[in-house]
Design a protein around this ligand. Structure first.
Ligand SMILES: Cc1cc2nc3c(=O)[nH]c(=O)nc-3n(C[C@H](O)[C@H](O)[C@H](O)COP(=O)(O)OP(=O)(O)OC[C@H]3O[C@@H](n4cnc5c(N)ncnc54)[C@H](O)[C@@H]3O)c2cc1C
Length: 454
């Protein structure tokens, strides 16, 4: 199904922005554009279109588990750190829904993921943005003048439409990471679409699940299965000795501050690597301490009562998997004693993390060599050849250059404002060049404006 929301007014032949994906990152950009257009000179309006694969706005719908909460404080919403007076804040949403007072009485910074998804959908439904849902971007190529200058891109959309734009903003999110040995099936699947797989699971014959991984998602899935399948055993398999808590203490949390991006981008690649590795525990393979404590309490109570359903299989790997129509046989090998247990299960959930969406799939030859993003300008623009004046901006996939917020919500508001600022400044610079060329007849593609930074 394809559906569209459009902004008012006639659209130019060449857009200023095509956004690939319409998750929170490009939604934040759409809001920043709407707010810019509301106050700028009419000829400085930014014309944007967004292309989203899903049929409607949805934020990781396969993991909207009852009781799961946000991992960031709600003021890190789509706008507040960029424009605290915006009408798109989480507080505005609560006010609109008549829940502001109740929420404040709740005394939490961490709403449920259900509520935050509802907030994001509310914002996506209100924003004056041209969004094509149910179609995807299948390729992007450079286009421009006969002298080789690339002033625009052509963007291919899966329904055959071709868009012309001066800038592309890639906000395509993350891709599921599966172990090399895994063959996805109805009984063996990544947690990202967990609820959808669960819906389709055949009748439970074995009343047993295996969950592989030791991060937040793994622990949430373990808790969900244990809670919702009261007869089933749940085996949490991981290579660590135990779940480790996420470090969200105030000083460590500064790694997610908007200003940290300046420091991080400004330092050496070696120092960035050092900091990323040192502060991995703020985000990767870690679990909220409350959830760790809840799971521990469950396990302990089961030990007391003598009826075990929750099993922590520490320092263990998956040695073999035999997937069949009636169940999946999972061999779990302990690295401590070398012994292997064979568990016949109804399903194995692979909570094995994510990687950034490969840029080559979207950008083709415009993607960096080997699809490894090691250099990105401070304004999130991919460095391009001097003849390319059109811009490719990345929302995500910039962890090595801009820090740990790259794939998170923490900085979406400020990042969207910075990208928009760069697009606006570079457009005025280009317009100035165009005006000089028109009045003097001089070709200025090689002057400073052609490669100037915002
Ligand atoms: C279960 C879960 C919980 C999380 N919780 C938190 C949290 O509490 N706090 C936090 O900071 N981060 C969290 N994250 C991290 C997450 O990456 C961010 O919350 C957020 O989703 C990033 O937004 P995004 O728009 O960059 O990417 P996404 O939300 O992934 O959106 C990208 C969109 O692009 C679309 N798309 C991809 N390719 C194409 C294409 N070629 N054409 C068209 N559309 C395309 C996708 O369909 C998708 O809708 C969580 C992640 C998961 C999986």
């Amino acid at each position: 199904m394809t559906s569209t929301r459009t902004n008012e007014g006639s659209e130019p032949d060449v857009l200023d922005v095509v956004g690939v994906g319409f998750g929170p990152s490009n939604l934040a950009l759409a809001i920043a554009i709407e707010e810019h257009n509301a106050t700028c000179d009419p000829n400085e309006r930014i014309h944007a279109r967004f292309v989203e694969r899903q049929d409607r706005f949805a934020w990781h719908p396969g993991m909207l588990l009852d009781g799961a909460t946000m991992q960031i404080a709600f003021p890190k919403d789509l706008v507040t750190f960029r424009n605290p007076a915006s009408t798109y804040s989480f507080f505005s949403y609560l006010f609109d829904k008549g829940r502001l007072v109740d929420f404040v009485n709740h005394q939490t910074f961490f709403p449920s993921r259900h509520e935050f998804n509802d907030y994001l959908q509310w914002a996506a439904g209100r924003v004056d943005a041209d969004v094509r849902y149910g179609v995807e971007v299948t390729g992007i190529t450079g286009a421009g003048s006969a002298d080789g200058t690339v002033d625009e891109f052509t963007v291919q959309v899966s329904d055959g439409e071709v868009l012309r734009t001066r800038n592309v903003v890639v906000g395509a999110g993350l891709r599921e990471r599966l172990p090399e040995w895994a063959t996805p099936s109805p009984r063996c699947f990544h947690n990202h679409r967990f609820l959808f797989h669960l819906e389709k699971l055949p009748e439970l014959r074995h009343q047993r699940f295996v969950v592989l991984g030791a991060g937040q998602s793994a622990a949430e899935v373990v808790q969900y299965l244990h809670r919702n399948f009261p007869e089933a055993e749940v085996h949490s398999v991981f290579s660590r000795y135990g779940y480790s808590p996420a470090d969200d203490s105030p000083y460590a949390n500064r790694i997610f501050d908007p200003a940290t991006v300046d420091e991080f981008h400004g330092t050496t690649p070696e120092e960035r690597e050092r900091l990323l590795s040192m502060h991995k525990g703020t985000n990767y393979s870690v679990v909220d301490i409350e959830l760790i404590n809840e799971l521990y309490t469950i396990e302990y109570q089961e030990i007391v009562r003598g009826r075990r359903r929750l099993f922590m299989r520490k320092a263990s790997d998956i040695a073999k998997v035999v997937d069949g129509p009636d169940g999946i046989e999972v061999s779990v090998r302990s690295n401590l004693d070398g012994l292997t247990d064979i568990l016949t299960c109804d399903a194995m959930v692979l909570a094995t993390g994510f990687t950034p969406t490969p840029l080559r799939e979207i950008l083709g030859d415009l993607a960096p060599a080997g699809d490894v993003v090691t250099e990105v300008e401070r304004d999130y623009r991919l460095p391009t050849a001097p003849n390319v004046r059109a811009g490719i901006y990345l929302q995500g996939g910039t962890e090595k250059t801009h820090g740990l917020t790259a794939s998170l919500l923490s900085n979406v508001a400020v990042r969207a404002g910075e990208i928009l600022g760069s697009i606006v400044v570079r457009r005025s610079a280009r317009d100035d060049v165009g005006r000089v060329e028109a009045s003097t007849g001089v070709d200025s593609t090689s002057n400073e404006f052609a490669t100037s930074e915002a």
